[in-house]
Design a protein around this ligand. Structure first.
Ligand SMILES: [Zn+2]
Length: 233
């Protein structure tokens, strides 16, 4: 076989491998992104529970001050008891105290209800935080694996590029340029096998004369349809 053709076949093999590996590497950002779905989900949940807890703590603070005001009001009312002169006034005063006490009890109940919600939300937050940590660890492992895999493929690609340089440096410049043009314009396939009178690049029939010439000539021949360089086994 023509020595140039052997070099071209070797170059195509290397380039096919480089293209394959590069396409795998191209998918890595999407793979990384996909694996963040889980962690994003639990992080969102964590933020939700935190916001709810903050809201409850603010509510409790408000209710606490309300309760304090109500207690002060009751104390003041009770203080005034000694100044009351008439029975009518006294009855009205007792009524006022009773209604203030009822309001105080209501505020106390509300504080208790808020405290219960704070307790359950705190428990929920702890559970979600645990999940976030677990998902974070899992994500870090996945990321590490993907990154290691990526570095290994990058190293392989760089070794292949070194190898391709050795091969193409032995080709005449115009032949290499022709190869590169085909590689770019023909979807990464510049040199293809012809078998059973069919070009494996475009899958069309090759004229029988050309097919037989492929065996006999030292010339580099190309497919009349797709113009890729042909060889026979
Ligand atoms: Zn073809």
């Amino acid at each position: 076989m023509n020595e140039q053709l052997s070099l071209l076949i070797a170059l195509q093999e290397i380039d096919t491998e480089i293209l394959l590996k590069t396409s795998i590497l191209d998918k890595f950002p999407a793979r990384l992104n996909e694996s963040t779905d889980e962690i994003r989900g639990v992080q969102r949940k964590e933020a939700e529970v935190k916001a709810r807890l903050d809201r409850l703590i603010r509510q409790k603070k408000d209710k606490d001050s309300e309760l304090e005001e109500r207690l002060e009001r009751i104390a003041k009312l009770k203080d005034r008891t000694k100044d009351i002169k008439t029975n009518v006034e006294y009855q009205a005063h007792l009524k006022e105290i009773a209604s203030a006490e009822a309001a105080r009890l209501k505020a106390e109940d509300e504080v208790l209800a808020i405290m219960e919600s704070i307790e359950s939300s705190t428990r929920e937050l702890k559970a979600v935080e645990l999940l976030v940590r677990e998902e974070d660890n899992k994500w870090n492992e996945v990321k590490k694996k993907i990154e290691e895999e990526g570095s290994a493929i990058e190293a392989e690609v760089s070794a292949l590029k070194h190898k391709r340089k050795e091969v193409y440096s032995r080709l005449p410049e115009d032949m290499y340029r022709r190869y590169m043009e085909l590689l770019t314009n023909k979807k990464g396939l510049a040199v293809v096998l012809a078998s059973d009178e069919v070009c494996s690049g475009c899958h069309t029939n090759i004229p029988p004369q050309l097919y037989s010439d492929l065996n006999d000539t030292e010339e580099i021949l190309s497919c009349p349809h797709c113009h890729r360089l042909l060889y026979r086994k």
